[in-house]
Design a protein around this ligand. Structure first.
Ligand code: PAF
Length: 289
């Protein structure tokens, strides 16, 4: 396999993808492109997406772009962790062919007058506590889909709402890409992997384990007679309440992927249930489900 190419402009990206596809076809492949869109500061969760993309495509593409559009005015855009060298080393190790690392001025060269907005699915959960967040996500992801024209795109299920939103957008706007949801990876003690985990103080990091502990109990609670979505939600809230530093933003029981309220949900309903949460520890907001 040839050297990994790092593109910083859309022209460089187009050339790199064309070269990658041509080389893959020369080796007898189909020239299919798998895209892993990220905001960088890669962890093993991202690496698992790259590994899956490597298995399923001839060309593996990675985007690293901290997208200002999806951060609110009082959120962590400026301090979001960045480490380009480390990211490139991980990308290389996972056999990535093309990395796109544009500056903000490349992605948004002039004030944009177009927003991609998915209604309904974006009104609850993170959409309610982060107004505008999913418009930012849908807009940048549709730009990335146009820039890469990938055959498959890989997203972690830690952000289950994002997966639902991106799927809906892909169907509504006839993107030809296939969205591939991938399982959440966890630290050995259960904490869901996130680039934001580096913000946590040792005490916050310890108490944040309450999230995976609460979710880990769901299987047992499901066996109880009369259990409902609302009861599961309450139990999770109560468990999280045992951690003094935890400030609950939301804990919700909703259908998946429709994200409709599912308080009455019962096992055997035939509808997948999503138990999703966002909880703050100090200034750090973590999500899990
Ligand atoms: O999940 C993320 O890292 C981001 O929301 C994404 C999909 C890369 C869009 O900026």
């Amino acid at each position: 396999r040839s050297e990994m190419i790092v593109a910083t402009t859309s022209e460089q990206l187009r050339d790199a993808l064309a070269d990658g596809k041509k080389a893959a076809k020369g080796r007898g492949g189909k020239g299919e492109v798998g895209l892993v869109p990220t905001m960088g500061y890669l962890h093993e969760g991202h690496a698992s997406l790259l590994q899956r993309a490597r298995r399923e495509n001839d060309v593996v593409a990675l985007s690293i772009f901290v997208n200002p559009l999806q951060f609110g005015p009082n959120e962590d855009f400026a301090r979001y962790p960045r480490d380009a060298e480390r990211d490139l080393a991980i990308a290389r190790k996972e056999g990535t062919d093309v990395v796109f690392m544009p500056d903000v001025s490349v992605m948004y060269p002039r004030p944009s007058q177009t927003t991609v907005s998915v209604s309904g699915l974006t009104e609850s959960l993170c959409g309610a506590s982060r107004p505008g967040h999913f418009d930012g996500v849908a807009t940048v992801v549709s730009k990335l889909f146009h820039l890469f024209d990938p055959d498959r795109a890989y997203f972690g299920m830690k952000d289950a709402q994002q997966v639902a939103v991106v799927r809906q957008m892909t169907d509504d706007l006839n993107f030809r890409v296939r969205i591939v949801p991938c399982p959440t990876l966890r630290e050995p003690d259960g904490l869901a992997m996130s680039s934001r985990n580096v913000y946590l103080s040792p005490e916050e990091r310890e108490q944040a384990l309450v999230l995976s502990r609460a979710l880990g109990r769901v299987d047992g609670w499901l066996a109880e007679p009369g259990i409902t979505g609302a009861r599961l939600q309450e139990r999770i809230v109560d468990t999280i309440g045992t951690a003094p530093l935890a400030v609950v933003d939301y804990v919700e029981a909703v259908t998946y992927p429709g994200l409709l309220p599912a308080g009455d949900w019962q096992p055997g309903d035939g509808t997948p249930l999503l138990l999703a949460l966002a909880v703050k520890f100090g200034r750090t907001r973590l999500i899990d489900n």
